[in-house]
Design a protein around this ligand. Structure first.
Ligand code: ADP
Length: 480
């Protein structure tokens, strides 16, 4: 095993206890990419200890110095964008073009967070009463345990570790078992660029439940920041109750789209292809359910059918590929079951949905569109569709479309398409979602807060809000 595949604890690459390791696969070929150190409970505890020890120095480092360290880290990462993208694509199966986009965005977010170090909030209230002054200072929350998913393995590290480090926190990062190489690579680059030892530790493991348990039980961990499934989010929130630990949750979405009769249908279809089939549909903000008013439903379906058929499913490193394989066979089986269920519940399969090439780890799934009238909306559309299938439901009017759009337990993202921007804004205000795209697919911008309403999560990531989640306010009154 090379150093790149070992745990990163206290700035040192080290093997897991008992030299345990687990394989990481390329979902496009099924081949083993690497054997990665498999952290045990004791290894995770060591990482927590290391973060706890490093916290004092890092949180006490003057903001300007912390900024320089994080900026240097972002600069170093920028020089390695091609290598980073290669790893992202290899581990996730996403096309090189998308992996390059993710790598570049990862750098951009680290850079932006580095600047936020210089603007951490504080307030002064001189003579708040005749006999005292007051100041409100923002202190880092402490040690942050970051649990990241596989679908954006680099970008999610930037959103969590970038923000937490900017806030002055120390981090223990547990990447998804499918994508530890990307996380280890980023942490290694940041360390080589000057991040002090122990400030960012990485513990890949094939046993995430044990790592999660350590994070929840250990008093030295102050905050758990998680992105993943609702089920695990619920489990973590329950576990955090025992010690009233701060939990930040970015969970699933079941993003609706409202298409009104005055929408530019061709452009809507283009935006929807972007909003649905990016990363082979494996994105939490992906458009799942389109509620289109009757008058333009036929035209939209025709545009979508053509646009989706024009997508190329193929090897991620082949030029011109739009969709790679799904992350694993479980994901393939889940999306196939959802398509079959929708059809058995009365939906029409407009195009796609076949399993193409497959290997021992995963398979390529043809991008699909299914359609149904609102009166027979398949119940399975209540579930998140985490794969390349878009459901189109024909509605009577705007009111029905908005009502159906909001009839979900989730509230992460939503979209509205209309020729009238004011109307678009009005509808956007009525959609229960943390982010709304009006006539556009959503992009990730460092300035913009992101997060879920309802069961989609707690707290915000990215933007200034995303840094503030890792701060505690302390109010000090001083007698004059
Ligand atoms: P997905 O279905 O996208 O894989 P998960 O919620 O299972 O979603 O995984 C997201 C992240 O949560 C991964 O890093 C995974 O290892 C981690 N995880 C899975 N189970 C647990 C658990 N019991 N405690 C803590 N983290 C977990």
């Amino acid at each position: 095993m090379t150093k790149e595949h070992e745990l990163l604890i206290g700035g040192q690459a080290r093997p897991a206890e008992g030299e345990r390791h687990f394989p990481v696969h390329d979902p496009a070929t099924g081949q083993v990419l690497a054997e990665v150190a498999d952290a045990t409970r004791r290894d995770v505890l060591a990482a927590v200890e290391s973060a706890h020890t490093a916290l004092k120095g890092w949180s006490g480092t003057p903001a300007w110095r912390r900024y320089e360290v994080l900026r240097d880290g972002a600069d170093a990462l920028r020089r390695q964008v091609p290598e980073l993208a290669e790893l992202i694509s290899a581990e996730t199966g996403k096309p090189t073009r998308e992996a390059l986009g993710e790598a570049a965005n990862t750098v951009r977010f680290f850079e932006w967070f580095s600047h936020e170090t210089l603007r951490l909030p504080g307030q002064a209230w001189p003579e708040i009463t005749p006999t005292r002054d007051a100041v409100v200072v923002a202190e880092p929350v402490g040690v942050v345990a970051a649990i990241t998913p596989w679908n954006f393995p680099a970008f999610m590290v930037a959103c969590k570790a970038g923000a937490a480090l900017a806030a002055g926190c120390a981090v223990v990062l547990k990447p998804a078992e499918q994508t530890p190489l990307t996380a280890l690579f980023i942490a290694r680059v940041l360390h080589d660029a000057g991040l002090p030892p122990g400030v960012l530790n990485v513990v890949p493991t094939s046993d995430p439940a044990t790592a999660g348990e350590v994070f929840l039980r250990d008093e030295r961990v102050d905050c758990v920041s998680f992105t993943g499934s609702r089920a695990i989010g619920e489990l973590l929130m329950r576990g955090a109750a025992a010690s009233i630990k701060r939990v930040l949750l970015e969970l699933g979405g079941n993003s609706p789209v409202v298409v009104l009769e005055d929408a530019d249908v061709a452009d809507t279809a283009r935006q929807l292809v972007q909003a649905r089939y990016l990363n082979a549909g494996q994105a939490c903000v992906a458009a799942n359910r389109v509620y289109v008013v009757d008058g333009v439903a036929g035209a939209l379906l025709a545009e979508l059918r053509t646009a989706v058929r024009a997508l190329t499913t193929g090897h991620p490193r082949q030029e011109g590929t739009d969709l790679g394989p799904l992350i694993d066979l479980d994901a393939v089986e889940r999306i196939e079951r959802q398509i079959d269920t929708a059809v058995s519940q009365g939906a029409e399969l407009v195009t796609g949905g076949r399993r193409l090439e497959e290997n021992a780890v995963s398979a390529f799934v043809e991008p699909a569109v299914i359609a149904a009238p609102a009166a027979r909306e398949p119940a399975v559309l209540g579930e998140e569709l985490f794969g390349p299938v878009l459901a189109v439901v024909t509605c009577r009017d705007e009111a029905e479309a908005v009502e159906l759009a909001n009839s979900t337990e989730y509230g992460l993202a939503a979209y509205v398409f209309t020729g009238d921007r004011d109307r678009g804004l009005r509808v956007a205000r009525r959609l229960k979602a943390g982010s709304v795209g009006v006539n556009c697919a959503l992009t990730s911008e460092p300035q913009l807060p992101f997060g879920g309403m309802k069961a989609s999560g707690l707290g915000r990531e990215r933007g200034r809000a995303g840094v503030e989640e890792f701060l505690e306010l302390k109010t000090i009154q001083v007698a004059l």
